[in-house]
Design a protein around this ligand. Structure first.
Ligand SMILES: Cc1ncc(COP(=O)(O)O)c(C=O)c1O
Length: 399
């Protein structure tokens, strides 16, 4: 998906634009997803709550998308899927809805999460703390992974909820969720996983992972922004709804459904299910190629987080000598991140990078490169050349 040309597979690409290496920030919408959703913006515009044929067509499409998302993550029933507006909303509904429900049932008010969660989870946990919950934030190792023994030590009789992300959005590390579930399941603790980053390239099966709730996000898997889902395992104590109104989504999330977005998420889920393994097999060597070219030219370059337990398309790299901001300014021909896109504007070092032991100075020299469905070999070699030239040049002025 590089500069100066278009690819046959992604008609959304405009020529002469920077090479896009920021797939953890967002993905382009797959043209097949666009085709699936378009009728729901034009002819099939009905409100799924309407009882006439327009409404029934929209409701049928939403039902089909629910089944598609359920199939992607191995949910047993489509009804275990609730559509939301975003990963942020899914995480908020999961954590607040479950914490309030568990407290109301008298089970306790202790919540556990990790130091590397997305701000959507961290901020929701902060809000729970303000509402009187005790929140424990677990450290992770230098490899960016949670040691289940750390969780085991933190569990208390009043622990009601644990939230551990499946794949980290900055350093790409995958968490040992099945081992986490082995600790929570028999204690009746609700386990939530934020899997926003995973399904595009990593198999996600809610039974294998042992989770009770799981967040899935459209714009990280080639569907548009503004649509997401929350899986809620049957038998999980009923969540306290956070949006009340017309009773949509079985009363768990009121608001007229974003039908085109939901149809898009369903189509993207079906594509991911069929292609996540082949996408991963194509992307992994591209990542290795990029890493080899950068390491060869920039001695002292460090990879952050485990390379083995990681999203195939993620590299978090601490570059010697130049700051990420300087490198970005000197490399307009490559679109990448200095940290997580969601954190831009924030000058404090990334909490994820400090959690794995980086100093503020090292964090300021850290970049994230994200490879995805439309990245080509040529993109990788061209991007590597541009990054190396800028880094060797001290990223231009101001070194
Ligand atoms: C791991 C993770 N969780 C949650 C979110 C939030 O998703 P959204 O942007 O749809 O609110 C993101 C987005 O960057 C993410 O990477």
């Amino acid at each position: 998906m590089g500069a100066g040309r278009t690819t046959h597979s992604c008609r959304c690409v405009v020529s002469s634009r920077p090479i896009y290496l920021d797939y953890q920030a967002t993905t382009p919408v797959d043209p097949r997803v666009v085709d699936a959703m378009l009728p729901y913006l034009t002819t099939e515009f009905g409100n799924p709550s309407s009882s006439h044929s327009y409404g029934r067509a929209a409701a049928t499409a939403v039902d089909e998308a629910r089944a598609q998302v359920a199939a992607l993550i191995g949910a047993r029933e489509p009804d275990e899927i609730v559509f939301t507006s975003s990963g942020t909303e899914s995480n908020h509904l999961a954590l607040t809805g479950a914490a309030l429900a568990m407290r109301a049932a008298g089970h306790g008010e202790h919540v556990i999460t990790t130091a590397i969660e997305h701000p959507a989870t961290c901020a929701t946990c902060d809000q729970l703390a303000r509402a009187g919950f005790r929140v424990t934030v677990l450290p992770v190792g230098a490899d960016g992974r949670l040691d289940p023994a750390t969780l085991s030590d933190a569990l208390q009789p009043g622990t009601v909820l644990v939230s551990v992300m499946h794949a980290n959005n900055e350093i790409g590390t995958l968490q040992p969720l099945a081992e986490v579930a082995a600790l929570t399941r028999h204690r009746g603790i609700v386990l939530h996983a934020d899997a926003a980053q995973s399904p595009a390239t990593v198999a996600v099966d809610v039974d294998e992972l042992g989770v009770d709730m799981l967040t899935v996000v459209g714009h990280k898997m080639y569907a548009p922004k503004g649509v997401a889902a929350l899986y809620i395992r049957r038998g999980t104590p009923p969540l306290v709804p956070q949006l009340r109104g017309g009773g949509q989504e079985r009363g768990l999330r009121a608001a007229t459904e974003n039908v085109p977005g939901i149809v898009a998420l369903g189509a993207a889920a079906t594509i991911a299910r069929a292609e996540q393994a082949s996408d991963a097999a194509r992307i992994l060597p591209l990542r290795d190629q990029l890493l080899e070219e950068l390491q060869a030219a920039l001695p002292g370059l460090c990879v952050n987080g485990s390379l083995r337990n990681r999203l195939p398309g993620n590299l978090s790299l601490t570059i010697p000598h130049v700051s990420a901001a300087q490198l970005m300014a000197a490399t307009p021909g490559v679109a990448f991140s200095a940290g997580a896109a969601c954190h831009t504007g924030d000058t404090a070092p990334s909490p994820v990078l400090t959690a794995i032991g980086l100093t503020a100075e090292q964090a300021a020299r850290t970049i994230r490169l994200g490879i995805g469905r439309y990245t080509t070999d040529t993109d990788i070699s061209t991007a590597a050349g541009r990054l190396v030239a800028a880094a060797l040049n001290g990223a231009g002025a101001g070194r």
